[in-house]
Every structure is written in structure tokens, then in C-alpha cells.
Design a protein around this ligand. Structure first.
Ligand SMILES: NC(=O)c1ccc[n+]([C@@H]2O[C@H](COP(=O)([O-])OP(=O)(O)OC[C@H]3O[C@@H](n4cnc5c(N)ncnc54)[C@H](OP(=O)(O)O)[C@@H]3O)[C@@H](O)[C@H]2O)c1
Length: 346
């Protein structure tokens, strides 16, 4: 029988299903206890200490009761679940051993018994900040890679527009596009974010969409000859303006539509006929379908990181107590770069 090693376990709990925009008060902190031993008979599991947690916009979909959503809703009263970087304390799974570092789904708590670690990735290269595996080297990085290279089929010299461009995904899409030799412009919601795009991530240009009265005119200013590739993160009026400014045979990777997630009545897009006249390919995608490319992605991105050719800005929130505010902040643009919650340093 497994001996008992009881520890306190701080957790972030979903208190109620979210209606409208998420609030910090939809979540609460709770301290429960956990036996830091894998229970007898619990095969193929790992018990982990969580180090870094990732705040992601899709989590909102799991905090609401949405019919037909591609993920299950979180259980009320239970710790929320998300991507994180964790250290294995004990394992009954043949692929993992004590001391391994992994990234994948885990609980929003200090310690988690992961009963199905088959979707987790073992971290082999520790020569980079570990927190990168919540973003650049994790789900956000794979999203940028798959969305840009697989969905957009970019070519050297093409013009690329990215919305929510300074965030976890957008900052990488822009850097990948520059590596491809594209002309890249991003939109973001503050002057500081625009400065980051131009001065840190090497975008050719950038603008603050909150200061533009007419997105159509703004896009015409930055793309007088039109847009070949749009990496869509926001939806709504921006998508409509982009369609007006796309070039013939352009591609649109529909990654997200964050401006629509909290609206009771999502806005309509009234010029979809541009898809026909300009022969545009507009394709939605989910990163989940592309994880088989993870080794190829690491092979491409790691040398660039180590040579300083790809950089990554993270927004670190300290402690599980700060997790609800950090998650809610994604929907008002409070985060600058990838929003991470630091649970423990090691
Ligand atoms: N398809 C997939 O598999 C997949 C995977 C990951 C992410 N996504 C999607 O990709 C997008 C970016 O995700 P991320 O993780 O990189 O998030 P992020 O950009 O790091 O954070 C969200 C950002 O969205 C912007 N935003 C919030 N509300 C907005 C609004 N009403 N209008 C315009 N912009 C708004 C804010 O930036 P500003 O200050 O610039 O407004 C905020 O910082 C999201 O739509 C997400 O759902 C999709």
C-alpha cells in the first residue's frame, strides 16, 4: 500500500459558469490537501508539482456552458485545467520518471495527479527558460507555426497582417513571417505594444487599433497594394476591413476571434463575397490537429531562439492568487506578451 505524504494544495476553483465577460469573482482560491503518492492501482499516471501555468483565451469557452463547444466545460467547484509546465514527483507511467519536466494539461493548483499524461510532452532541452514551454515552445508556439506555415502557405515577399499581434501567438507569427522575408504589419491595443512590435519583434510597421476610427483606411495606409496573408486573432469589424483590403488569391488563417467571445450577439461580417471575387482561401484551424509536427517545429525554432533570432515577451503573474486576474486580463488586453502564472520556480 502506498504510504501517506499529505500536503496542502492551493487551487483555483471555478465557482460558477460565466455569463458575459469573465470576472475574477467567477473563480476562487481554496486550499485542500493531497497525498503526494500515486494511489494504489492508479496505473499510467504521474503526480506533478506545477511550476508555470498558461493563461489562454480558449479557457473562457470551458468556463461557460456552450452547446457544441470543442472542449468540455470545467466542473464547478473543481480546479480549473490548462496548459502548464510541471515536474514529475512520482510516476506509474512507463514514459515518465521522477524528476522529468513535462508540459501539457494540468490543474490550476500546486500539485496534480495527471491520470492521462499521454498528451503531455517531455521537456528535453532545458537550455532555455522553462516558462517558454507554456508559450513559445508550447501551445502558442505550435499555433503560430501551424497557422502560419501550414494554413497560410507563405511565400517570400508577401504582405502579412496580424491582429492581436503582440500576444502569445501574434508576436511569433510576425517573427516567423519576417524570417520568411515577408512584409509584416501588426495591430495591437496600446502604444507600448505597438513599440514592442516595431522595436523588439522586428515588424515592418504596426498601429494601435484603438486609435483608428476607420480600420479600412488604416489598412489602406499600411498596405497600399493589399494584403496577401491575414492571421486572424480578433474577428468582427477588423475582419470586415481586412476582406476589403485582401489581394487576389490571399489566405486568411482563422486562429481566433477574441473580440467576439464576450458579445451576446456576435457581429456579422457583411462582405464575405470578397472571398469569391478575390479567390481568397479562409481556413479555420485548431492547434490540436497539428501536434504531430511538434518535433519539426522544435527543430526549426530552437536554433533561432539560441541565436537570438527569435525573441519572446512574457508577462509573469506571481503566485496562484494572481491567476484569476491574469486570466481575466486577456480579455481587456492587460497582458503584455504571453500571460504566464508562476506557481513555483522549481
Ligand atoms: N486556433 C487555435 O488553436 C488557437 C490556439 C491559441 C490561441 N488561439 C486564439 O488566438 C488569439 C490570440 O491568443 P493568444 O493566446 O495569443 O492571446 P494574447 O494575444 O496573448 O492575449 C489576448 C489579446 O487579445 C487582445 N484583445 C482582447 N480583447 C480584444 C478585443 N475585444 N478586440 C481586439 N483585441 C482584443 C488583447 O490585446 P490588445 O491589447 O492588442 O487588444 C489581448 O492582450 C485568440 O483569439 C485565441 O482564442 C487559437
Amino acid at each position: 500500500m502506498a504510504e501517506k505524504m499529505i500536503s496542502n494544495n492551493k487551487q483555483v476553483i471555478l465557482k460558477n459558469y460565466v455569463n458575459g465577460p469573465p470576472k475574477e469573482s467567477d473563480m476562487s482560491l481554496k486550499t485542500s490537501t493531497i497525498n503526494l503518492k500515486i494511489p494504489d492501482g492508479c496505473n499510467d499516471a504521474v503526480l506533478v508539482k506545477n511550476l508555470y501555468l498558461s493563461c489562454d483565451p480558449y479557457m473562457l469557452g470551458r468556463m461557460k456552458k456552450i452547446e457544441g463547444h470543442y472542449t468540455d466545460a470545467f466542473a464547478i467547484g473543481s480546479p480549473m485545467v490548462g496548459y502548464g509546465v510541471s515536474r514529475v514527483l512520482e510516476s506509474s507511467h512507463p514514459n515518465y520518471k521522477k524528476g522529468d519536466l513535462i508540459w501539457g494539461f494540468t490543474g490550476w493548483e500546486e500539485y496534480t495527479l495527471v491520470t492521462d499524461p499521454s498528451t503531455s510532452f517531455k521537456i528535453h532541452d532545458k537550455d532555455v527558460p522553462l516558462s517558454y514551454y507554456t508559450g513559445l515552445l508550447g501551445m502558442a508556439g505550435m499555433t503560430a507555426y501551424a497557422g502560419f506555415f501550414e494554413v497560410c502557405s507563405p511565400k517570400k515577399g508577401e504582405t502579412v497582417f496580424i491582429s492581436a499581434a503582440s500576444g502569445a501567438v501574434g508576436q511569433l507569427v510576425g517573427q516567423f513571417a519576417k524570417l520568411m522575408g515577408c512584409y509584416v504589419v501588426g495591430s495591437a491595443g496600446s502604444k507600448d505594444k505597438v513599440d514592442l512590435l516595431k522595436n523588439k519583434f522586428g515588424f515592418d510597421d504596426a498601429f494601435n487599433y484603438k486609435e483608428e476610427r476607420n480600420y479600412n483606411a488604416a489598412l489602406k495606409r499600411y498596405f497600399p497594394y493589399g494584403i496577401d496573408i491575414y492571421f486572424e486573432n480578433v474577428g468582427g469589424k477588423m475582419l470586415e476591413a481586412v476582406l476589403n483590403n485582401m489581394r487576389v488569391h490571399g489566405r486568411i488563417a482563422v486562429c481566433g476571434m477574441i473580440s467576439q467571445y464576450n458579445l451576446e450577439h456576435p457581429e456579422g461580417v457583411h462582405n464575405l463575397s470578397a472571398l469569391i471575387s478575390k479567390r481568397i482561401r479562409m481556413e479555420g484551424f485548431l492547434v490540436l490537429d497539428y501536434y504531430h509536427l511538434y518535433p519539426k517545429f522544435l527543430e526549426m525554432v530552437m536554433p533561432h531562439i539560441k541565436k537570438g533570432k527569435i525573441t519572446y515577451v512574457e508577462d509573469m503573474a506571481d503566485g496562484l492568487e494572481s491567476a484569476p486576474a491574469a486570466l481575466v486580463g486577456l480579455f481587456s488586453g492587460r497582458n503584455v506578451g504571453k500571460q504566464v502564472v508562476v506557481v513555483a520556480k522549481e
